[in-house]
Design a protein around this ligand. Structure first.
Ligand SMILES: Cc1ncc(COP(=O)(O)O)c(C=O)c1O
Length: 430
């Protein structure tokens, strides 16, 4: 414990920080942005489609090229040596860079307002690599208490083997966060909205506190995507994604992204992801780029239908509690409205009763599919306590409201009326 009062201050610092960010973003676009830059287009759905053109505008193939090369040849030994040493920019081996993935990386960086991004082999590869880049033996992490089960497992199972310890804290309480900051704390790791209970955390306030103690702030933006929330604009240092979910959006790729400042991303590429072999392959990058083109309309539809489902559930007599940030009953509804463009595609709720009621409801669904994943066109249902968060100890689960009666639904792209009809008939069997 270091201090008892949060250092919520430095509006001036924030201004400086965001002006620096805007400037670096300008430099980034100036250097690398092609295609729609002359039109000064700055809307996310457009960027998802046109982000970066590898060919001159309106000439050449519209779909991106797949270059699955592992090796790259050089005109002479000197060029090979200069490339591997970093003296000259260029690809030399598939584990450290690929042109198809690099095209997509530029698009993701632009979308997240980061200087650079790195495509990796899964969301967990993004999370583990981003964390390990900033952590050494004997360092300490502060993590939000309701975090994705895989992230919890990494921080409690793998990280301690390398001397890294973690405190899981209720990050809606900034005093509680400051209380656990130690001399060796290096990273604040958060997820907002959280999985599965959709707790919203104040990114700006937490980032200011963390920065005042010299911590890096890493945020999992999987649930929101840059269409709905841009953590870097709000003060975070690094954004991680499971692209397996909305970014790809079709349930046929496992992949991830890390976004942040160019120096950190370069270090991750050369000294972490490449060395650990967590690389994204060109075929997957192609599929993600294709899926990304419809991200704008998909997120709109996910949000609209989720709101309808949440409202339907909230008035249903079999339902105890609904977790959806778009509902005025959500404890952080106002904060959600402030920091998110819309409320996302995940609705969680508690049935009256317990495990048996949840089981009967899930088994009775006809349209929704039972699945661990989310963000697909299909409506997907899961039971967090026994599925995605099975590895979290019972007492930790209960601290985060992950009870036996909790159900999470990833609202798909079917007609909202049909999704509701399915839920209604399943509730009648409970
Ligand atoms: C919020 C969140 N982050 C990260 C992950 C891990 O992603 P992946 O399965 O691509 O490793 C998941 C997976 O469900 C998730 O829900």
């Amino acid at each position: 414990m270091i201090n008892s009062t949060p250092k919520i201050r430095c509006i001036a610092n924030t201004l400086t920080y965001s002006s620096i960010k805007r400037f670096s973003l300008f430099v980034y676009h100036f250097n690398y942005g092609e295609g729609v830059k002359d039109l000064n287009v700055n809307n996310s759905a457009t960027t998802c489609i046109h982000g970066v053109h590898t060919a001159p505008k309106k000439i050449g193939p519209i779909a991106s090229k797949i270059i699955p090369a592992v090796g790259y040849s050089f005109p002479d030994l000197d060029s090979a040596v200069d490339t591997v040493s970093g003296k000259v920019n260029g690809n030399f081996y598939g584990r450290y860079g690929n042109p198809t993935t690099q095209t997509l990386q530029s698009k993701i960086a632009i979308l997240e307002h980061g200087e650079a991004s790195l495509g990796v082999s899964s969301g967990m590869a993004a999370i583990s690599s981003a964390l390990l880049t900033f952590l050494q033996k004997d360092d300490h992490v502060i993590c939000t208490k309701d975090v994705y089960g895989g992230s919890y497992k990494f921080l409690t199972n793998i990280a301690p083997r390398y001397g890294i310890t973690t405190d899981f804290v209720d990050c809606t309480d900034i005093f509680a966060v400051e209380k656990v900051i130690r001399r060796n704390t290096k990273v604040l790791y958060i997820e907002t909205p959280s999985n599965p209970c959709l707790t919203i955390l104040d990114i700006g306030m937490l980032s200011e506190l963390a920065h005042s103690y010299g911590l890096k702030v890493i945020i999992d933006n999987t649930f929101m995507t840059p269409i709905l929330q841009r953590p870097l604009d709000l003060g975070a240092d690094i954004v991680v994604h499971s692209a397996t979910k909305y970014l790809n959006g079709h349930g046929d790729v496992i992949a991830g992204f890390i976004v942040g400042d160019a120096e950190s991303i370069d270090t991750m590429n050369k000294k972490m992801v490449g060395d650990l072999g967590q690389v994204q392959n060109a075929w997957d990058s192609f599929l993600i780029d294709r899926g990304l083109k419809t991200l704008g309309v998909r997120m709109k539809q996910h949000c609209q239908s989720s709101m309808k489902v949440a409202e339907f559930l909230e008035q249903h007599p079999c339902i105890e509690r609904v977790y959806y940030p778009g509902l005025t009953s959500h404890p952080q509804h106002l904060l959600a409205k402030k920091q998110m463009k819309d409320m996302g595609g995940i609705v969680s709720f508690e049935l009256k009763g317990g495990y048996e009621e949840a089981r009967r409801f899930i088994n009775a669904l006809k349209l929704a599919m039972i699945s661990f994943s989310l963000g697909d066109p299909e409506t997907l249902v899961q039971h967090p306590a026994t599925m995605t968060h099975a590895s979290v100890p019972l007492e930790e689960k209960l601290k985060c409201n992950i009870t036996d009666r909790l159900v999470r639904i990833s609202i798909g792209l079917e007609d909202a009326e049909d999704i509701i009809l399915d839920i209604e008939q399943a509730l009648s069997k409970v």
